[in-house]
Ligand binder design. Structure first.
Ligand code: FE
Length: 133
C-alpha cells in the first residue's frame, strides 16, 4: 500500500475542502454546469486533486453538453481504476484514481471517435496543470 492510499478518512477530510471530500471520497456527484472545468478549453494536464496523479490531457477533452468535463480517453491507463457501480438502480462503470482511489466520475460508451468512450468527470476531482504553448 502506498502513502496516498493509506491516508485515513480523517486525514482526507483535513486535506480536502468539504466539497472535494464528499465527491472524491464519498462518491457524490457535483451539480452539472457547476464545476470550473466543464467549459474550460485551456491546454494542460488534468491531475487528481487528491494526490496529483496525471489523469487526462486537454487534447482528449470534448464538449459533451452534459455539464461535466468529458474526455475520450485517459492519459495513462495505469493511472485509472474502474469499478462496477450499481447505485441509484443503474449499472455504471465508476472511474477512480488508481493511486489514491479518489472517485472521479463514470465511463460511458457514447463518446466521440476514435474510442467512442466518454469519461464523465467531476470538475472538483481535477486540478488542471496548465501548459503554455
Ligand atoms: Fe489520486
Amino acid at each position: 500500500m502506498n502513502k496516498e492510499n493509506s491516508k485515513t478518512d480523517k486525514e482526507w477530510q483535513e486535506k480536502l475542502t468539504s466539497e472535494q471530500y464528499v465527491v472524491c471520497r464519498k462518491k457524490e456527484t457535483e451539480r452539472p454546469f457547476s464545476g470550473k472545468y466543464y467549459e474550460c478549453n485551456d491546454k494542460g494536464v488534468y491531475k487528481c486533486v487528491c494526490c496529483g496523479t496525471e489523469l487526462f490531457s486537454s487534447d482528449t477533452k470534448f464538449n459533451s453538453g452534459t455539464g461535466w468535463p468529458s474526455f475520450w480517453k485517459p492519459l495513462k491507463n495505469d493511472n485509472i481504476k474502474y469499478e462496477t457501480d450499481t447505485s441509484y438502480g443503474m449499472l455504471r462503470t465508476e472511474v477512480m484514481c488508481n493511486k489514491c482511489g479518489a472517485h472521479l466520475g463514470h465511463l460511458f460508451d457514447d463518446g466521440p471517435a476514435p474510442t467512442n468512450l466518454r469519461f464523465c468527470i467531476n470538475s472538483i476531482s481535477l486540478d488542471l496543470d496548465k501548459k503554455d504553448d
